[in-house]
Ligand binder design. Sequence first.
Ligand SMILES: C=C(O[C@@H]1C=C(C(=O)O)C=C[C@H]1O)C(=O)O
Length: 348
Amino acid sequence: MHPFSVSGKNLAYFLKADLLFEADLKAEEISGDNLTDSKFAEEFLSTLKTELLTPETDSNWHVADSDIQATSRSDFEALVENAILFIKKSEAEKIVPSRTAQQPLPPHFSPVAGFINLTQQYPLAFVSLVSASKIGTWLGASPEILVQKDRHNIFKTMALAGTQKLVSGQNAADAIWRQKEIEEQSMVVRYIISCFKKIRLREYVETGPRTAVAGNLLHLRSDFCVNLNEQPDFPTLTSDMLHLLHPTSAVCGQPKAAALDFLHEHENYDRKYYSGYLGPVNVNAETAIFVNLRCLELQKNEAILYAGAGVTQDSDPQKEWLETELKMQTVAKALQILPLPDDTATGY
Ligand SMILES: C=C(O[C@@H]1C=C(C(=O)O)C=C[C@H]1O)C(=O)O
């Protein structure tokens, strides 16, 4: 688990898994509802329920100190306005301001039940629940791979940016994107290619951009793939790219240094582990690290939700606020205890 920015308060931790449950799924099983119905899912959920859904483990989650206050709409819109002015007068092309919101926990809230709820809502997301003394407790459903290396030695990363609401009944392939989102996503693509160039890797396959469904949202996504069996000169590509990519222009901005300076000076709160990264490292020869997005941090009686939005010179502060509202709705589903209406059951 790695924070957005490492500091004395926010450190990166390797956490050893207490329990390892591994799926051996065929590709056709990893699609939509199949996953929730599969034998694997049944076994996984029943193991979780017996091992973790017990009063002792599920009511005493770790809470990290926090003085985070919810960002008001006017403060966030002023921050976006400020970012637009900064972009117009500096070399920055894109900045990703973010904000927090607070939501009371329902009575008898169970993080493990919240986790299970998210795995069922978003079968293709990386659903995570991390609770540790120095980190606090984080629950999330991320759609964004930062770096992945599978057991066949295939490296993958993605450029995910540009957001619109998924309208009920809409076919994702029919989505129409404005110039603003197309440019925003192409900056992330260029950034990934610049990282490959830095280490002189030329043999990668780029596909997309295509529209990707992420819960209640649509994004533009390009995929990058490198067959490491054919690239013997890049044995440490996964960790090299991890260090070069983070924080990508999808969560920070472009160019990175100018965007980071702006955020440190103006964002006015500590992102902690939001927009950092997490995921299994070298578990049975596989690594899959995701950007910590669509996440919340549990306090004792409330959840702190985090979300950001890519700002370019064409941004509208009110729309960026609404975009962060929609992004927060993804993980807020974990806080609902009632069955959800049908149209919210869309998988990533
Ligand atoms: C910053 C977030 O998401 C990122 C920003 C996006 C955007 O600006 O359109 C889209 C996907 C993510 O790469 C977030 O979910 O908080």
